[in-house]
Design a protein around this ligand. Sequence first.
Ligand SMILES: Cc1ncc(COP(=O)(O)O)c(C=O)c1O
Length: 381
Amino acid sequence: MEFDLQELKSEWNLDPDYHHVNHGSFGAVPIVVQKVQQQWRDRIQKNPMKFFARELKDEVAHARGHVARFLGQQADQIALIRNTTEGASTVMRGFPLHPDDEVIVLNQEYGAVTKAVARACEASGAKLIEIDVDYLDSDEIVIQKIAGGITNKSRMLVIDHITSASARTLPIYELGALCKANSIVYVVDASHSPGTVHTDLDKLDADFWFGNLHKWVSAPLGVGVLRIAQRWQEVLRPLIVSWRDDEPYPFPWDMLGTVDPTSWLSAPKAIEFFGNIGWERVREANYQRMMFGRELVMKELGVTQDEIRIDFLPLGVVPIRNISGGRDGSAALHAKIATDFKVEVPISFIADKYYLRISGMLYNTPENYEALALAVRKTLK
Ligand SMILES: Cc1ncc(COP(=O)(O)O)c(C=O)c1O
């Protein structure tokens, strides 16, 4: 058996001694994009003064415009940041919460983002409200549970578009409407969305939306996007004050002191890499891989179809029952699988449940998932 586009495996230089079935956490950059990034580095090092003092401003604006177009936005609707952890911290530290406010998150939220919310609540005296939803809850149930948690103190809802540990989608448009109806500030963590699902960001009109391109667009590490709705652009400023601080959004974000801008500058090449293949075909090919791998693992563990969700995504989970130890237990297990079987796969722990999360990317072959199934048979059965 062969997957569609399997011949593109040679576009990456991943260690052939390992089976890489975790694109979702840290991505992996195609060689052609790595080369472009190196060219940017070389250009900077030839004459740092010329580049930083006279060229960087336009080059970053150009890259931002390219990323914006990819997301269906105008260049001045998005700011480039390093990652969604930065996006969450910036929003939570910069937003004017009051002592009486309540901020709603789900128990499925990415840990670092929940921590950013908790720190902001601690600083302002606001209350963090965590609502329990299950991986298998339907979208309607999720909406009902969140609606049931809204009070007259609810100030903000922070939600994932695609959850990290359980890799499920959440109904972001419907939740946006719920927030609007209740005058609640809407924050969407879309870490996994660019490259996997089309989002109409103007229609969504979240107050704050942040996403990563170093995951499913395979951009170099450190390409995040923070979209701030116009109504908040004067309020929510970068946490780092730079020379451009007095300019309108998004210019202050373009150079927060001297940093390596080459990931941002190379992001257009990553967009072009997949664009040339065709995004629909890439999505289908990645989904096919994830489904193939997931079915093998489900068979090994006796997991049935009613125990999983079907989302058209390049990442999906299989629930695991017979492990313990929380986050430490799951970290030890994925380290063991990597060491003993040369398979890189995350085991996640969220809301007292464990999941094995499988990714599909063009470089994956059936052998990667067969090795994963063998590892699961030997360690989890
Ligand atoms: C839902 C979610 N939020 C935030 C993050 C953090 O992303 P980063 O480490 O790129 O900031 C991740 C990473 O996997 C994620 O899945």
